[in-house]
Design a protein around this ligand. Sequence first.
Ligand code: 2AM
Length: 508
Amino acid sequence: MNRIKQIASHLNPITNTQPSGDIGLIGLAVMGQNLILNAADHGFTVVAYNRTVSKVDHFIENEAKGKSIIGAKSIQELVDNLKRPRRIILLVKAGAAVDAFIEQLLPYLEKDDIIIDGGNSHYPDSNRRYEELKSKGIHFVGSGVSGGEEGARYGPSLMPGGAEEAWPHIKDIFQSIAAKSDGEPCCDWVGPAGAGHYVKMVHNGIEYGDMQLISEAYDILKRIGGFTNKEIGDVFAQWNKGVLDSFLIEITRDILYYNDPADGTPLLEKILDSAGQKGTGKWTAINALDLGTPVTLIGEAVFARCLSSIKDERVAASKILPGPEITKDAVTDRKQFVDDLEQALYASKIISYAQGFMLIREAAKEYGWKLNNPAIALMWRGGCIIRSVFLAEITAAYRENPDLENLLFNKFFSDAITKAQSGWRSTIALTTKYGIPTPAFSTALSFYDGYRSAKLPANLLQAQRDYFGAHTFKVLPEFASETLPKDQYIHINWTGRGGDVSATTYDA
Ligand code: 2AM
């Protein structure tokens, strides 16, 4: 009797048939529409809904025509058309719209139904939504989705995290519609709570870094090398066949080759050099500061955009602040110059990814998340903006050792950076000599030199802190003595004037 009742309640109350929808999707902007078409192409029946219902009609009559897509005109209709547990993806504007739809959905959902937020949500919001929905018996998944409109349509990178109970129910759909790398889906379970959106945030931060490095390389080729845009395009075309093979290098090549149809000159040179940002790079940098992790390259990439945006001030400064003149003989061996720059770009990129994974590792520790590191690299391997051949090597490194302390401890990457070092240093020496700004290249090298220094001048910092603020210090074990005891916080009366009272120690 109970069973009959249960089955009966599964019927769609309007059609009195078993619901056929595999997944529901709310939000019919271009990403949402493309993801629905992608899922339909892979044999899933998708139920589509949008706040402005007229968009549902339009979509069903046009792009969705003849496909396994059902239009819903209300939340009730959406829910009634879904198999159980119901799986509903939200692809709406991040922020209040996500909370508003969760509120609207809740009265219609039952225990173990699944809400997936595929928008660009900030991970603390996903942490909160995960907890709130958990207390109501609903499984929340926050999933990073990357790859833009085309990715959504033909294979995005998907980074789902949250309630792991949901994974077996969404795995097939997610891995079917995701991009593939050597046949493997660029989608796997990331980790708990807001981990999916966290990893997407770091992805975006790394994207900022890659873009800044490429922009610096273009500037160096143009200003020091005197290369034309076509010649720079040729350099990128060549790099795209080697270790730097990636989506961003490829599109940069195309941008450099693109001429304004109006006059046949490079369009790139007509674009205002003032960068915008939506904030995901900034979130990564802020999080790195909060966690005390030296993610210097992403930080510099964010600041480089800030500096670019004060265009008027820079124009004024350019008239009064001199720098070295770039002479015609700045580059004597063009091939060597290009090869060195390629190595500088490669080495800096290794540092940036090493820093990104350091941050992810620290976040896992700080937030108590068990994260799937090899899968993270694989998810970035295809479909997304930072997709590259290079990420296959990172995947291999983490498959070999999922708990790898640092990418630089992996033999492939330590060998690569050792080999790249001389070109990297020559490039930065050249840019320093000729006054070309290279915040990302330079910070990468400084990080490398700092990371490989068993001893840093922080002993002096500690002495200064103790001198002016009695902040105390510890001694190196080999110099421990009766007056300078091992493993203890010591305060010295440096001047003979101050007292012996020390301040409380703390770590920033
Ligand atoms: P709309 O078509 O009704 O504007 C991208 O903007 C998607 O997010 C669209 O589907 C849009 O719906 C939806 N969206 C934006 N703001 C919203 C809000 N405050 N509430 C619900 N949906 C919203």
